[in-house]
Design a binder for this molecule. Structure first.
Ligand code: FMN
Length: 313
Protein backbone atom coordinates (compact mmCIF):
# COMPACT_ATOMS: atom_id res chain seq x y z
CA UNK A 1 0.00 0.00 0.00
CA UNK A 2 1.19 3.51 -0.79
CA UNK A 3 0.20 7.00 0.22
CA UNK A 4 0.86 10.31 -1.43
CA UNK A 5 3.20 12.29 0.79
CA UNK A 6 3.25 15.75 2.20
CA UNK A 7 6.81 16.91 1.74
CA UNK A 8 8.10 19.07 4.59
CA UNK A 9 10.00 21.16 2.04
CA UNK A 10 8.52 23.26 -0.72
CA UNK A 11 8.91 21.38 -4.00
CA UNK A 12 9.64 23.32 -7.13
CA UNK A 13 7.15 22.90 -9.98
CA UNK A 14 8.20 19.98 -12.21
CA UNK A 15 10.20 18.39 -9.40
CA UNK A 16 7.81 15.44 -9.25
CA UNK A 17 8.04 12.52 -11.67
CA UNK A 18 5.93 12.96 -14.78
CA UNK A 19 2.44 11.76 -13.89
CA UNK A 20 0.86 8.98 -15.99
CA UNK A 21 -1.27 10.42 -18.77
CA UNK A 22 -4.74 9.05 -19.61
CA UNK A 23 -4.99 7.87 -23.20
CA UNK A 24 -8.33 8.14 -25.00
CA UNK A 25 -7.70 5.61 -27.76
CA UNK A 26 -10.73 3.63 -26.64
CA UNK A 27 -13.93 4.26 -24.67
CA UNK A 28 -12.91 4.55 -21.01
CA UNK A 29 -14.69 3.33 -17.89
CA UNK A 30 -14.32 5.11 -14.56
CA UNK A 31 -15.40 4.18 -11.05
CA UNK A 32 -17.13 7.24 -9.54
CA UNK A 33 -16.04 8.79 -6.25
CA UNK A 34 -18.48 7.67 -3.55
CA UNK A 35 -17.83 9.06 -0.11
CA UNK A 36 -17.39 6.35 2.56
CA UNK A 37 -17.64 3.61 -0.09
CA UNK A 38 -14.79 3.84 -2.61
CA UNK A 39 -12.01 2.75 -0.31
CA UNK A 40 -8.87 1.20 -1.80
CA UNK A 41 -10.39 -2.31 -1.60
CA UNK A 42 -13.41 -1.36 -3.72
CA UNK A 43 -11.27 0.63 -6.16
CA UNK A 44 -8.86 -2.29 -6.57
CA UNK A 45 -11.77 -4.70 -7.06
CA UNK A 46 -13.38 -2.51 -9.74
CA UNK A 47 -10.02 -2.23 -11.51
CA UNK A 48 -9.68 -6.04 -11.39
CA UNK A 49 -13.12 -6.24 -13.03
CA UNK A 50 -12.43 -3.82 -15.84
CA UNK A 51 -12.66 -0.20 -14.62
CA UNK A 52 -9.89 1.69 -16.42
CA UNK A 53 -9.62 4.43 -13.79
CA UNK A 54 -10.86 5.01 -10.29
CA UNK A 55 -11.33 8.19 -8.26
CA UNK A 56 -10.92 8.59 -4.53
CA UNK A 57 -13.79 9.93 -2.47
CA UNK A 58 -13.63 13.71 -2.15
CA UNK A 59 -11.14 15.24 0.25
CA UNK A 60 -10.94 18.87 1.24
CA UNK A 61 -7.82 20.75 0.20
CA UNK A 62 -8.03 22.70 3.43
CA UNK A 63 -7.79 19.49 5.48
CA UNK A 64 -4.84 18.27 3.42
CA UNK A 65 -2.98 21.51 3.90
CA UNK A 66 -3.64 21.32 7.62
CA UNK A 67 -2.18 17.80 7.51
CA UNK A 68 -5.35 16.27 8.90
CA UNK A 69 -4.31 12.66 9.41
CA UNK A 70 -7.64 10.97 8.69
CA UNK A 71 -7.96 12.93 5.42
CA UNK A 72 -4.52 11.86 4.25
CA UNK A 73 -5.17 8.22 5.17
CA UNK A 74 -8.19 8.22 2.83
CA UNK A 75 -5.76 8.65 -0.05
CA UNK A 76 -4.24 5.20 -0.13
CA UNK A 77 -3.06 3.59 -3.34
CA UNK A 78 -1.84 0.15 -4.35
CA UNK A 79 0.69 -0.63 -7.06
CA UNK A 80 -1.83 -1.47 -9.80
CA UNK A 81 -5.01 0.58 -9.64
CA UNK A 82 -4.92 3.77 -11.76
CA UNK A 83 -6.34 6.45 -9.50
CA UNK A 84 -7.24 10.13 -9.58
CA UNK A 85 -7.56 12.11 -6.36
CA UNK A 86 -10.76 14.11 -6.00
CA UNK A 87 -10.32 17.48 -4.33
CA UNK A 88 -12.88 19.86 -2.94
CA UNK A 89 -11.52 23.38 -2.83
CA UNK A 90 -11.81 26.86 -4.33
CA UNK A 91 -8.88 28.84 -2.96
CA UNK A 92 -5.98 29.13 -5.39
CA UNK A 93 -3.49 29.93 -2.62
CA UNK A 94 -4.51 26.89 -0.60
CA UNK A 95 -4.37 24.60 -3.64
CA UNK A 96 -0.93 25.97 -4.50
CA UNK A 97 0.26 25.36 -0.97
CA UNK A 98 -0.99 21.77 -1.12
CA UNK A 99 0.63 21.12 -4.51
CA UNK A 100 3.93 22.57 -3.35
CA UNK A 101 4.17 19.76 -0.83
CA UNK A 102 2.44 16.92 -2.68
CA UNK A 103 4.47 13.87 -3.69
CA UNK A 104 2.36 11.61 -5.92
CA UNK A 105 2.31 7.83 -5.59
CA UNK A 106 3.00 5.47 -8.47
CA UNK A 107 -0.51 4.89 -9.83
CA UNK A 108 -1.53 8.54 -9.64
CA UNK A 109 -3.22 9.81 -12.83
CA UNK A 110 -4.03 13.35 -11.79
CA UNK A 111 -6.56 15.38 -9.85
CA UNK A 112 -10.29 15.65 -10.21
CA UNK A 113 -11.87 18.86 -8.93
CA UNK A 114 -15.33 18.48 -7.43
CA UNK A 115 -17.83 20.90 -9.02
CA UNK A 116 -20.70 18.54 -8.43
CA UNK A 117 -21.38 18.21 -4.71
CA UNK A 118 -24.82 19.79 -4.13
CA UNK A 119 -24.87 19.57 -0.35
CA UNK A 120 -26.11 22.86 1.16
CA UNK A 121 -23.21 23.22 3.58
CA UNK A 122 -20.71 22.81 0.72
CA UNK A 123 -22.53 25.13 -1.68
CA UNK A 124 -22.73 27.81 1.03
CA UNK A 125 -18.93 27.89 1.04
CA UNK A 126 -18.86 28.44 -2.72
CA UNK A 127 -17.63 24.88 -3.26
CA UNK A 128 -18.96 21.92 -5.27
CA UNK A 129 -21.64 22.74 -7.81
CA UNK A 130 -21.69 26.42 -6.77
CA UNK A 131 -18.55 26.68 -8.95
CA UNK A 132 -20.15 25.56 -12.23
CA UNK A 133 -21.16 29.09 -13.21
CA UNK A 134 -17.84 30.66 -12.16
CA UNK A 135 -15.91 30.21 -15.38
CA UNK A 136 -13.04 32.65 -14.73
CA UNK A 137 -12.56 31.42 -11.17
CA UNK A 138 -12.45 27.78 -12.29
CA UNK A 139 -9.92 28.60 -15.00
CA UNK A 140 -7.69 30.29 -12.39
CA UNK A 141 -7.86 27.12 -10.30
CA UNK A 142 -6.99 24.98 -13.34
CA UNK A 143 -4.01 27.26 -14.01
CA UNK A 144 -2.63 26.48 -10.55
CA UNK A 145 -2.59 22.75 -11.37
CA UNK A 146 -0.92 23.60 -14.67
CA UNK A 147 1.85 25.52 -12.85
CA UNK A 148 2.77 22.18 -11.31
CA UNK A 149 2.16 20.24 -14.53
CA UNK A 150 -0.47 18.02 -12.93
CA UNK A 151 -3.32 16.58 -15.00
CA UNK A 152 -6.61 18.10 -13.86
CA UNK A 153 -10.18 17.19 -14.79
CA UNK A 154 -13.50 18.58 -13.55
CA UNK A 155 -16.52 16.64 -12.30
CA UNK A 156 -19.53 18.87 -12.82
CA UNK A 157 -23.29 18.92 -12.43
CA UNK A 158 -25.39 20.90 -14.91
CA UNK A 159 -25.51 23.89 -12.56
CA UNK A 160 -26.74 24.67 -9.10
CA UNK A 161 -30.44 24.54 -9.96
CA UNK A 162 -32.99 24.26 -12.79
CA UNK A 163 -32.46 27.88 -13.83
CA UNK A 164 -28.72 27.47 -14.17
CA UNK A 165 -29.27 24.31 -16.18
CA UNK A 166 -31.70 26.17 -18.42
CA UNK A 167 -29.09 28.91 -18.90
CA UNK A 168 -26.63 26.17 -19.84
CA UNK A 169 -23.94 27.30 -17.41
CA UNK A 170 -22.36 23.84 -17.79
CA UNK A 171 -21.86 24.40 -21.51
CA UNK A 172 -20.29 27.81 -20.93
CA UNK A 173 -17.89 26.20 -18.47
CA UNK A 174 -17.00 23.39 -20.88
CA UNK A 175 -16.46 25.85 -23.75
CA UNK A 176 -14.38 28.34 -21.80
CA UNK A 177 -12.13 26.35 -19.47
CA UNK A 178 -9.24 24.04 -20.27
CA UNK A 179 -8.97 21.01 -17.97
CA UNK A 180 -7.82 17.73 -19.53
CA UNK A 181 -11.40 16.48 -19.58
CA UNK A 182 -14.83 16.89 -18.02
CA UNK A 183 -16.96 14.36 -16.19
CA UNK A 184 -20.57 15.45 -16.53
CA UNK A 185 -23.14 14.19 -14.02
CA UNK A 186 -26.30 14.92 -15.98
CA UNK A 187 -28.35 16.43 -13.15
CA UNK A 188 -28.44 19.89 -11.65
CA UNK A 189 -27.73 20.51 -7.99
CA UNK A 190 -31.35 20.43 -6.82
CA UNK A 191 -32.09 17.06 -8.38
CA UNK A 192 -32.21 13.93 -6.29
CA UNK A 193 -31.59 10.47 -7.69
CA UNK A 194 -35.29 9.80 -8.01
CA UNK A 195 -35.21 12.09 -11.06
CA UNK A 196 -33.44 10.48 -14.01
CA UNK A 197 -30.17 11.83 -15.38
CA UNK A 198 -30.74 13.88 -18.54
CA UNK A 199 -28.93 12.05 -21.36
CA UNK A 200 -30.08 14.65 -23.91
CA UNK A 201 -27.34 17.11 -22.88
CA UNK A 202 -24.41 14.94 -23.96
CA UNK A 203 -24.46 15.74 -27.69
CA UNK A 204 -24.05 19.47 -27.14
CA UNK A 205 -21.31 18.84 -24.56
CA UNK A 206 -19.44 16.66 -27.04
CA UNK A 207 -19.90 19.18 -29.87
CA UNK A 208 -17.61 21.56 -27.97
CA UNK A 209 -14.74 19.28 -29.07
CA UNK A 210 -13.72 18.71 -25.42
CA UNK A 211 -13.23 15.26 -23.91
CA UNK A 212 -16.39 14.32 -22.02
CA UNK A 213 -17.05 11.41 -19.68
CA UNK A 214 -20.73 10.81 -18.91
CA UNK A 215 -22.11 10.06 -15.45
CA UNK A 216 -25.48 9.33 -13.88
CA UNK A 217 -27.67 6.19 -13.99
CA UNK A 218 -25.35 4.32 -16.38
CA UNK A 219 -25.41 0.53 -16.29
CA UNK A 220 -26.60 -0.77 -19.65
CA UNK A 221 -24.95 -1.46 -22.99
CA UNK A 222 -27.58 0.54 -24.89
CA UNK A 223 -26.67 3.61 -22.86
CA UNK A 224 -22.98 3.16 -23.72
CA UNK A 225 -23.85 2.81 -27.39
CA UNK A 226 -25.92 5.97 -27.22
CA UNK A 227 -23.08 7.86 -25.52
CA UNK A 228 -20.63 6.68 -28.16
CA UNK A 229 -23.00 7.82 -30.89
CA UNK A 230 -22.93 11.30 -29.27
CA UNK A 231 -19.11 11.35 -29.38
CA UNK A 232 -18.65 10.84 -25.62
CA UNK A 233 -15.28 9.28 -24.71
CA UNK A 234 -16.06 7.50 -21.46
CA UNK A 235 -18.58 6.55 -18.79
CA UNK A 236 -18.31 6.86 -15.04
CA UNK A 237 -20.32 4.43 -12.91
CA UNK A 238 -21.07 4.83 -9.22
CA UNK A 239 -24.02 3.00 -7.74
CA UNK A 240 -24.20 0.48 -10.59
CA UNK A 241 -20.56 -0.39 -9.98
CA UNK A 242 -21.03 -1.07 -6.28
CA UNK A 243 -24.09 -3.20 -6.93
CA UNK A 244 -21.74 -5.50 -8.85
CA UNK A 245 -18.19 -4.35 -9.73
CA UNK A 246 -18.04 -6.90 -12.56
CA UNK A 247 -20.41 -4.60 -14.50
CA UNK A 248 -17.28 -3.08 -16.05
CA UNK A 249 -16.17 -6.45 -17.41
CA UNK A 250 -19.73 -7.13 -18.55
CA UNK A 251 -20.04 -3.86 -20.47
CA UNK A 252 -16.59 -4.15 -22.04
CA UNK A 253 -17.30 -7.75 -23.09
CA UNK A 254 -20.65 -6.76 -24.55
CA UNK A 255 -19.02 -3.91 -26.51
CA UNK A 256 -16.52 -6.34 -28.03
CA UNK A 257 -19.31 -8.71 -29.02
CA UNK A 258 -21.27 -5.93 -30.66
CA UNK A 259 -18.10 -4.88 -32.47
CA UNK A 260 -17.79 -8.46 -33.75
CA UNK A 261 -14.42 -8.88 -32.03
CA UNK A 262 -15.41 -11.83 -29.87
CA UNK A 263 -17.22 -14.97 -30.90
CA UNK A 264 -17.57 -16.42 -27.40
CA UNK A 265 -19.74 -14.53 -24.95
CA UNK A 266 -17.63 -12.74 -22.37
CA UNK A 267 -20.45 -10.44 -21.36
CA UNK A 268 -21.08 -12.02 -17.99
CA UNK A 269 -21.22 -10.72 -14.49
CA UNK A 270 -19.52 -12.52 -11.62
CA UNK A 271 -21.62 -13.97 -8.80
CA UNK A 272 -22.07 -11.68 -5.84
CA UNK A 273 -20.78 -14.41 -3.51
CA UNK A 274 -17.47 -14.36 -5.35
CA UNK A 275 -17.42 -10.55 -5.42
CA UNK A 276 -18.08 -10.34 -1.69
CA UNK A 277 -15.31 -12.77 -0.88
CA UNK A 278 -12.81 -10.90 -3.07
CA UNK A 279 -13.82 -7.57 -1.54
CA UNK A 280 -13.40 -8.90 2.00
CA UNK A 281 -9.93 -10.25 1.16
CA UNK A 282 -8.93 -6.86 -0.22
CA UNK A 283 -10.53 -5.00 2.69
CA UNK A 284 -8.46 -7.11 5.08
CA UNK A 285 -5.29 -6.65 3.06
CA UNK A 286 -5.74 -2.87 2.90
CA UNK A 287 -7.18 -2.43 6.36
CA UNK A 288 -10.35 -0.77 5.04
CA UNK A 289 -12.22 1.45 7.48
CA UNK A 290 -15.14 -0.38 9.12
CA UNK A 291 -17.72 2.14 7.92
CA UNK A 292 -16.64 1.69 4.28
CA UNK A 293 -16.84 -2.09 4.59
CA UNK A 294 -20.32 -1.83 6.10
CA UNK A 295 -21.53 0.51 3.34
CA UNK A 296 -20.05 -1.52 0.51
CA UNK A 297 -21.36 -4.86 1.78
CA UNK A 298 -24.82 -3.34 2.19
CA UNK A 299 -24.81 -2.17 -1.42
CA UNK A 300 -23.69 -5.33 -3.17
CA UNK A 301 -26.51 -6.70 -5.28
CA UNK A 302 -28.90 -3.89 -4.41
CA UNK A 303 -30.81 -2.28 -7.24
CA UNK A 304 -29.49 1.27 -6.92
CA UNK A 305 -32.69 2.67 -8.36
CA UNK A 306 -34.35 1.82 -5.07
CA UNK A 307 -31.53 3.33 -2.98
CA UNK A 308 -30.40 6.90 -2.43
CA UNK A 309 -33.51 8.28 -4.10
CA UNK A 310 -33.79 11.20 -1.77
CA UNK A 311 -30.18 12.02 -1.09
CA UNK A 312 -28.30 14.88 -2.64
CA UNK A 313 -24.66 13.96 -3.29
C1 FMN B 1 -23.11 7.44 -1.29
C2 FMN B 1 -22.62 8.39 -2.33
C3 FMN B 1 -21.45 9.10 -2.12
C4 FMN B 1 -20.98 10.00 -3.10
N1 FMN B 1 -19.80 10.68 -2.88
C5 FMN B 1 -19.32 11.49 -3.85
C6 FMN B 1 -18.05 12.14 -3.71
O1 FMN B 1 -17.32 11.99 -2.71
N2 FMN B 1 -17.64 12.96 -4.71
C7 FMN B 1 -18.40 13.15 -5.86
O2 FMN B 1 -17.99 13.89 -6.75
N3 FMN B 1 -19.58 12.54 -6.02
C8 FMN B 1 -20.03 11.71 -5.07
N4 FMN B 1 -21.22 11.05 -5.28
C9 FMN B 1 -21.89 11.16 -6.60
C10 FMN B 1 -21.36 10.07 -7.56
O3 FMN B 1 -19.99 10.20 -7.81
C11 FMN B 1 -22.09 10.08 -8.91
O4 FMN B 1 -21.92 11.32 -9.53
C12 FMN B 1 -23.59 9.81 -8.74
O5 FMN B 1 -23.82 8.74 -7.87
C13 FMN B 1 -24.26 9.50 -10.10
O6 FMN B 1 -23.66 8.35 -10.69
P1 FMN B 1 -24.35 6.88 -10.61
O7 FMN B 1 -25.77 7.03 -11.08
O8 FMN B 1 -23.51 6.03 -11.52
O9 FMN B 1 -24.28 6.47 -9.18
C14 FMN B 1 -21.70 10.18 -4.31
C15 FMN B 1 -22.89 9.45 -4.50
C16 FMN B 1 -23.35 8.57 -3.55
C17 FMN B 1 -24.61 7.78 -3.81
Amino acid sequence: MQHPHFSPEILQPKQHEIVNPISWDSFRFFLAPLESNTDLALRALCYRYGADFTITEMVRVQALVRKNKSTWTRLCFDHQTPTLIQLLGNQESEIREFLQHFIPPQQFYGFNLNLSCPSKSIVKLGLGCALVKRVAKVQRIIDVFREFQYPICLKIRLGLNALEKQQKVYLRLIQNTTPDFFIVHARHGCQKYIEPADFSIYSECSETGKIIVANGDIMELQQIQYLQSCGIQGAMLGRGAIANPSIFQFLKGAMLEIGGQRSISVAQTTSIIQIKSEYLDLAKQYNSPEHCQRNVLRRFEQDFRTMDQNILQ
